[in-house]
Design a protein around this ligand. Sequence first.
Ligand code: KIV
Ligand code: ZN
Length: 512
Amino acid sequence: MRKIDIFDTTLRDGEQSAGINLNTQEKLEIAKQLEKFGVTIMEAGFPASSPGDFEAVNKIAKTVKNSIVTGLARSMQSDIDTSWEALKVAEQPHLHVFLATSPIHMEYKLKKSPEEVIEIAVEAVKYARKFFPLVQFSAEDAFRSDREFLTRVVGEVIKAGATTVNIPDTVGYATPAEYGALFKHLKENAPGADKVKLSAHCHNDLGMAVANSIAAIENGAEQVEGTINGIGERAGNASLEEIAVALHIRNDYYKTDTGINLRETKRTSHLVSQLTGVVIQPNKAVVGRNAFAHESGIHQDGMLKNPETYEIITPELIGAKVEPLALGKHSGRHAFKDRAETMGFQLTDEQLNAAFKSFKALADRKKEVTEDDLFVLFTGQQIKDTDAPVYKLISTQVEYRNNEPNATIVAETPDGEETTVTSTGNGSVEAIFNTLEKLVQGQVHIMDYRVTSIGKGRDALGEAVINLSYNDERITGRDVAQDVLQASAKAYINAINRQLMKAELRKRAEQQ
Ligand code: KIV
Ligand code: ZN
């Protein structure tokens, strides 16, 4: 059985895609779940890119013990120094340093000759190794690089001390046969490649990221990189849960071991979707809502006779078990606490009390409180980030006057003043958004707005996700409520507050 290391980059390559922005608390929750999922390495962020990233990487490095925590750095001393400050507390400090090696990137982006690129890469790896016992070098756009030049780069960075070399298909251009052949070539020809790990990192522009990653494994890669649910720039990265399940189900063929705890798959996927606001397509392999649904009569008949007729993956394997009994307004604190624990949430007494209070309020209005509702409620408690001055929504009201919606919002401003604002719009949502724009006194552009129901039934909770730009910064907010208009107002304020918290963090970092 060959061991394949799983390198998760949900919090770096995944998080850097348009419209996703996670705060430190949310990143920490995802990191703890990735640790439970059993990833070998998690890339917690890009410490030199912003104070927010630095803080998140540092907190994750302090918290996570059973997975290696890494951070991304450009091939420059200042990035490596900042990353060391963030990561030196980790159990096994690991750095991921990168530089582009394709002709187009070297000429137009870096404006460097191939010789200069080799020199910078070697210097960066040598410098990083002064601090970090584990250093991964990535040759950005490796797949479109000249093969002989790439082979030289790989050999030189290994000589300089790289412990892993990553060969990304940065623009998702490769086919499985070509990408596999590149790994075979490097393993056989790059000096020292047999002594380090080669890693595959695939983007999904042509829908081949998972197939390419597996082709690399078949041709000598000992590590694969990707994200949960395949989130990432453009068409995303390789889906780690798909790779892990494929290697497991076809173990007879691949004969590999990833060390992934597959029973945590569904929960990991659910948490990432919930916190990033990126919905999972219903027919997505492994984690899509319909992945185990059998609609046609012939399939249903076969399933009843023997599930193996049409089912190669069981829901149990990925932890998608049958939903337990819903909780209702008569459920007690004990049952509630038990459910939080069986769902994998470790809440403090204070968080549990607050969640129980919200649960009772919800159960008064809703016949049954389902696992989906509870998931939102519990994660909501875990990700509270209250330490910056923000807006607090007190009430939202919409009434029609002469067929025109008028919104009135009462809120507390970041300086603690209670204020009432009103405005109109062509529809109720527009009236609310116009009123909130007045409240926050800045230019707000709405880029995307979505409302979905959580779970089933006419009394289901509504979740609003809004992507907007405020103070020239693009940010996503989300929140839930039983009323979709209220959920929309809360999601808008959530986005504004996230921008304020980020700005506050930047201010504090500058003052230090
Ligand atoms: O896609 C890519 O090339 C990357 C590198 C930074 C590894 O994400
Ligand atoms: Zn990438």
